[in-house]
Design a binder for this molecule. Structure first.
Ligand code: ADP
Ligand code: MG
Length: 141
């Protein structure tokens, strides 16, 4: 296992449901630390840029529209195996298929409004973190 950083976003539905603290508690209980965090509201253009990899997918308009619909909590999580640990905690993309006890099973209404984003690999984690944070804004503990 390697010490890693990953980008986590609590999407507009999670912020609206007022479960930021519950979700962060799940990360902390899994041994991850919050190295950076801020609430931001993306513009449609920013949401399109962040999710550019999904541009050709049929749900791109729905996804980017949703992601700019309200504030999101953007965080860098840090710890051993942080990328996989975060993905495991998130659960499957479709909450109906997510395992019991995962964030998406607990809080998500649909495959589109699924409460959290998490980087899926080391390269994407690097790019996604740099999208939102300068190195000087990250605090390793
Ligand atoms: P994940 O977030 O689990 O990594 P993907 O990278 O495949 O999932 O998709 C990115 C996001 O796009 C999902 O989290 C979800 O919000 C949205 N999405 C994925 N598939 C669909 C779909 N079939 N219909 C609507 N939205 C979707
Ligand atoms: Mg993904």
């Amino acid at each position: 296992m390697a010490r890693e950083r990953t980008l986590s976003i609590i999407k507009p539905d999670g912020v609206k449901k007022n479960v930021i603290g519950k979700i962060i508690a799940m990360f902390e209980e899994k041994g991850l630390t919050v190295a950076a965090a801020k609430l931001v509201q993306l513009t449609k253009g920013e949401a399109e840029g962040f999710y550019a990899v999904h541009k050709a997918r049929p749900f791109f308009g729905e996804l980017t529209g949703f992601m700019q619909s309200g504030p999101v909590m953007v965080m860098v999580l840090e710890g051993e195996d942080a990328i996989a640990k975060n993905r495991e905690l998130m659960g499957a993309t479709d909450p109906a298929k997510a395992a019991a006890g995962t964030i998406r099973k607990l809080f998500s209404a649909s495959i589109g409004e699924n409460t959290v984003h998490g980087s899926d690999a080391q390269e994407t984690a690097k790019t996604e973190i740099a999208w939102f944070f300068a190195e000087s804004e990250l605090f390793t503990r």
